[in-house]
Design a protein around this ligand. Structure first.
Ligand code: CP
Length: 356
């Protein structure tokens, strides 16, 4: 277990951390989960500390688990609506008295608190792929306190940590665990790639047999695919990509179908900035939906996972999502997964911000 190298660091993507460091994060998360179950006070860990949270987008789970987590650790999470401060903007994208340069916001908040957490993707950066991640990197460049990525357009490392925590909890191991991340149909074409990209990074880093399934038009960032291939090689396991929805789940232990944008939605040079074409593409794949019949083809103890919110009736049928309380057979782990966001986030904050 590595206990060095956490304090003061940023949490931008799991690509910045090695397997042993992620194992430490999971150990801490499980310890905090045990204390939470026992109602054992642990409010000394971040006593009187402040986390500033800037949300450019909506959130149920992320906002509330960070906020509840800071309370339980003895600190306070401060919610900042970008439209009610001067919206943090990169140099060259500023509007007088509406925005404030990221470098200035980062330095001001660094003088008054202990961590800055940011969610930004999609409309605030006109869907320019990588634009939100660039803004987060600019925050990190100027901030003296840790920056936590609560989801950008490339990565959602908070979700990914909770997801591998859930896999560890359910199967006890990553080795030999077949983890299938798949695209699934949604009527909404505006879905970032952050979750699938971070989930396959996490699963392959921890040593799962990772499978990525998607229609040809929904490919992910080649840089992420290369990182997953390198992870699989390091772990002497497999990472594979398929365009076949149904066969992907055969024998799977983890079944994780969710929608993400087709490449055509992004402005050039990545895509064509074409929502109409993207909708046409999506409509070709309405049959990419998780059903109980398909769950039967997975391992008999398989779990269904989703970061939530899920598009019920489109990505997945209700009977799959709601099969949470069964003693044996495949089941839905979505609420355990959502709860683990709390424990994973507390582990991240304690490791990065604790020990002052
Ligand atoms: N999965 C996730 O990040 O949920 P929220 O959008 O509700 O935060």
């Amino acid at each position: 277990m590595r206990t060095d190298s956490f304090r003061g660091k940023d949490y931008m993507t799991l690509r910045d951390w090695d397997k042993e460091q992620v194992e430490t994060m999971l150990d801490v998360a499980f310890d905090l989960k045990r204390r939470f179950a026992l109602r054992e006070p642990h409010d000394h860990l971040l006593r009187a500390q402040t986390l500033f949270m800037i949300f450019y987008n909506q959130s149920l789970r992320t906002r509330n688990t960070f906020e509840a987590g800071m309370t339980q650790l003895g600190g306070h999470a401060h919610f900042l609506d970008p439209s009610k401060i001067y919206t943090p903007a990169l140099e060259g994208k500023e509007i007088a008295y509406i925005t404030e340069r990221v470098s200035d916001v980062a330095r001001v908040l660094s003088r008054t608190g202990d961590g800055i957490a940011i969610r930004c993707y999609g409309d605030p950066v006109d869907w320019e792929y990588g634009g939100a991640h660039e803004m987060m990197q600019e925050f990190a460049r100027w901030s003296d306190i840790p920056i936590i990525n609560m989801e950008c357009d490339k990565y959602h490392p908070c979700q990914a940590l909770a997801d591998v925590m859930t896999v560890k909890e359910k199967f006890g191991t990553f080795k030999g665990t077949k983890f299938v991340m798949s695209w699934a149909y949604s009527p909404s074409v505006h879905k970032p790639r952050a979750v699938p990209q971070s989930v396959i990074i996490a699963a392959s880093l921890m040593g799962c047999e990772t499978v990525l399934a998607h229609p040809p038009e929904m490919e992910l960032d080649p840089e992420i695919i290369a990182a997953c291939e390198a992870n699989a090689k390091m772990n002497r396991t497999t990472f594979s990509v398929t365009n076949d929805f149904e066969s992907a789940f055969e024998g799977a232990h983890v079944v994780y179908p969710k929608a993400w944008a087709a490449t055509s939605i992004f402005p050039p040079p990545v895509g064509e900035n074409d929502p109409d074409k993207t909708l046409e593409i999506f409509n070709k794949y309405k049959n990419w939906k998780m059903t109980s019949e398909l769950m039967e083809t997975a391992d008999q103890e398989a779990i269904y996972m989703h970061c939530l919110p899920a598009d019920r009736g489109f990505e997945v049928n209700n009977d799959v999502m709601d099969r949470t309380d069964v003693k044996s057979g495949w089941r839905s782990a979505i609420f355990d997964e959502a709860e683990n966001r709390l424990h994973a986030h507390k582990a991240i904050m304690t490791l990065l911000m604790g020990g002052k």
